[in-house]
Design a protein around this ligand. Structure first.
Ligand code: AMP
Ligand code: MG
Length: 407
């Protein structure tokens, strides 16, 4: 915990803890096919119904035999192919031709690779002596039947899906998708594609959030751009709260004259307005809206992106039942001086690189919270603790590589 934050500002760790303490994970589950299970959160642990591999099989193309016979000339009595096992058993001085993945025949204790064998007709002699058990993949050496392979709360990766398929599991029980609504607020906003107008800017936050949210196990409704107008905001939030588990808005949460979001939320929900000791992203709103939850992000696009990533993503993952661990933090050498004022935790946007084993980070460019172009170049945050001041060139700093939830 940072002790040296500006008075009245909530440390980011505390904001995150408050969010996760209030959001009770969704309990409804559904059973779905493996093909649509990517990124879904397991509702129950998975136990292996079988051994993987199911039986002892060959790791090589070669010959299955008994180690005790290996100095003799061996009679090749048949073959074991992947999917077509040899059905008999080996006797004295016998061998079976075997291919990778094929079951090792009864009686054999070793597979000799074909490169170490000389074959004449139906007989082989070994040019190199094997060790007992060589080139055999044992039943259950990957996964033992009855063991837990995945825990409840795990978000399924492509590798997990491959793993489940290897166990013959075709369906999984997962937490239902969250319903998320997004809305951007501001009289100045135009949708991309519209003709430019004096004094207007394009709405970058909604397409940005909509794109980032495709990485989450959610169904999305996009309520569009809402003007800085009390009835319009009331109507948008009222619609959103009928359906959504989570409503995310951007803009209008600071203290400007046209910031009506606060008034409407005070009327419709129980929302706390926080000033968080983080940069970018000081103003932030969080609380109950109907049966669901509300996140109000600051309007500047970099502030939107960083607060979404640092506060909304963990909140959504927690709500979706996922067991989450803190992001991976690395140490890197600052390639140049970095400006920082004490008081807030900085999430500066940086470019991390590694050369001859030395990891260096440089600024991705302008650090103003309106400058999305620099963040789009970045591949990491340079996370600077609240109490510290500027960084000198060559100092070691903490870096959090961008993960899939922000890129
Ligand atoms: P606000 O939080 O509404 O006071 O907005 C802060 C700044 O972010 C202002 O410069 C806004 O014009 C800008 N802004 C607000 N919403 C968006 C948006 N959706 N896309 C791009 N910029 C925005
Ligand atoms: Mg605004």
């Amino acid at each position: 915990m940072d002790h040296c934050v500006q008075p009245g500002l909530l440390p980011i760790e505390e904001a995150l803890a408050r969010i996760c303490n209030q959001l009770n994970p969704v309990q409804e589950v559904e059973t779905i096919g493996l093909h649509s299970a990517l990124d879904r959160v397991l509702a129950a642990p998975i136990t292996a119904p079988i051994n993987v591999p199911a039986g002892d099989n060959s790791a090589m193309d070669g010959y299955a035999l008994r180690t005790q016979d290996c100095t003799a000339a061996l009679n090749v009595i048949g073959q074991s192919l992947a999917g077509h096992p040899f059905t008999g058993a080996l006797g004295n001085n016998q061998a079976v031709r075997i291919m990778t993945g094929a079951l090792v025949p009864a009686g054999a204790d070793t597979v000799v690779m074909q490169e170490n064998v000389q074959r004449t007709g139906d007989h082989i002699t070994l040019t190199q002596l094997p060790e007992a058990g060589e080139n055999i993949r044992r039943a259950g050496e990957d996964i033992k039947s009855g063991s837990q392979v995945l825990a409840a709360g795990q978000r399924l990766s492509a590798l997990d899906i491959g793993l489940l398929a290897s166990l013959g599991i075709a369906q999984v029980t997962v937490v239902r998708r969250l319903r998320v609504a997004i809305v951007t607020t501001g009289d100045e906003l135009l949708p991309a594609g519209a003709t430019p107008e004096q004094g207007k800017i394009y709405d970058s936050n909604r397409p940005l959030l909509a794109a980032l949210l495709t990485r989450m196990p959610i169904d999305l409704i996009d309520l569009g751009i809402i003007a800085d107008d009390l009835p319009a905001l009331r109507s948008a939030f009222t619609t959103a709260m009928q359906w959504a588990d989570v409503v995310i808005s951007t803009g209008g949460v600071s203290v400007g004259d046209a910031d009506y979001t606060k008034d409407v939320l005070a009327e419709l929900g129980e929302i706390d307005f926080w000033k968080i000791a983080m940069k970018p992203g000081k103003p932030f709103a969080f609380g109950r809206l109907g049966q669901g939850w509300f996140f109000g992000l600051p309007g500047n696009p970099v502030s939107t992106a960083v607060t979404y990533h640092q506060l909304v993503v963990p909140g959504l993952r927690h709500l979706a039942g996922e067991t989450i661990s803190p992001p991976q933090m690395l140490s890197a050498i600052a390639g140049h001086a970095l400006k920082k004022q004490p008081g807030r935790t900085d999430f500066q946007r940086g470019i991390l690189s590694s050369n001859n084993g030395i990891t260096t980070v440089i600024s991705a460019g302008l650090q103003s919270s309106g400058v999305l172009s620099a963040m789009a170049q970045a591949n990491c945050y340079i996370r600077l603790d609240a109490e510290r001041g500027s960084v000198a060139e060559g100092e070691t700093v903490n870096v959090i590589p961008f993960d899939r939830f922000i890129r």
